[in-house]
Design a protein around this ligand. Structure first.
Ligand SMILES: [Zn+2]
Length: 323
């Protein structure tokens, strides 16, 4: 470790699909704008990443579907134009292929299910287009679930939301509970028969923020065989951290330590939130990611543990869910 191609890590969450369009930059050229592009992913040794399609509040409800499909189209065009340097990951084997050929594996994720209809036609069509991971809501209220930002914290998943859990299980779409409220989290625990993830959430015992998980949630997620991806967003790491210099690598490792002490190294991984949040000083873009690995090593994590954190835990979960 790192392996032959140099790219070996899997990152559980990024919003670059939206950000490159907003900032009018090319995915293929190194930029100093934003956090993610192909050259910086290579420097950061990131071989695969969950790429979120996200719909802004202003586009709800009527433009949810078209905005989602535009982002799916953006990703698929990048894959087509990449000459083999970017691969759309649709199966567990695709991850291995991307890794061995040294290409970047893009995993399509919807951050919010607003585009999906109650009859699940859009879910099936989205699967055909490459969807392999789904967050039911982005902190909002919709026909399936209630987000962390909504006032009704007693309401969990709706009847349709529980049906969506079962459909995802059947189809082999990973369920992501980041942004779901606490009641919805427990409904997922009760309904899913497969592991699920909190792709970009941290430990609430270390940093009190509604997007982070309580210890009993972390235990339940681990009991189901899932994982949580450490989110680099400053305010999820250190309370009220508004500036890059307010969060150190050591404070990030404190979250990893807490989760490892609770449930072991098998249930914590990467979920950067690059291009979707304000980053700590040391990890200002995707190329900086190895600094976190170095810090974990300095804090006593073995090569075996780092391999699990950086890659193997994601592989284990995806192998089980995608079948
Ligand atoms: Zn998010």
């Amino acid at each position: 470790m790192p392996s032959d191609s140099g790219m070996w890590m899997i990152d559980g969450h990024s919003d670059w699909l939206l950000d490159i369009a907003d900032t009018k930059r090319s995915f293929f050229e190194q930029s100093d704008i934003g956090h993610v592009d192909l050259p910086r992913l290579r420097s950061g040794q990131i071989s695969a990443m969950f790429c979120a399609a996200f719909v802004r509040n202003d586009d709800l409800p009527h433009h949810a579907l078209i905005q989602t499909l535009r982002m799916v189209d953006r990703l698929r065009r990048i894959v087509e134009e990449s000459d083999g340097s970017v691969r759309l990951v649709e199966s567990y084997d695709d991850l291995g292929t991307a890794h061995s050929e040294g290409s970047f594996g893009a995993i399509l994720h919807y951050e919010g299910a607003e585009a999906i209809d109650p009859e699940f036609a859009i879910l099936r069509l989205s699967y055909a287009l490459g969807l392999r991971s789904l967050g039911f809501t982005w902190s909002r209220s919709n026909i399936f679930a209630e987000g962390v930002g909504e006032w009704n914290q007693d309401r969990g998943l709706t009847y349709l939301g529980k049906e969506l859990v079962r459909r995802c299980n059947e189809m082999g779409i990973l369920i992501d509970v980041s942004h779901l409220n606490v009641a919805g989290f427990w409904d997922v625990v009760e309904t899913t028969r497969l592991p699920f993830v909190a792709s970009h959430s941290n430990a609430r015992a270390i940093c009190e923020h509604e997007r982070n998980l309580y210890d009993d949630q972390i235990r339940a997620l681990a009991d189901k065989g899932g994982l949580m991806g450490i989110n680099f967003a400053r305010q999820f790491l250190v309370q009220d951290a508004s500036k890059p210099e307010h969060v150190s690598l050591d404070q990030m490792v404190d979250h990893v330590d807490h989760i490892v002490n609770l449930v072991g190294i098998d249930h914590v991984a990467l979920g950067s939130d690059y291009d979707g949040a304000g980053m700590p000083e040391d990890l200002y873009d995707a190329a900086q990611l190895p600094k976190l690995i170095d810090k974990l090593r300095e804090r006593g994590y073995s090569d075996d543990a780092l391999q699990k954190f950086g890659r193997d835990n994601w592989l284990r979960v995806l192998k089980q869910v995608w079948k």
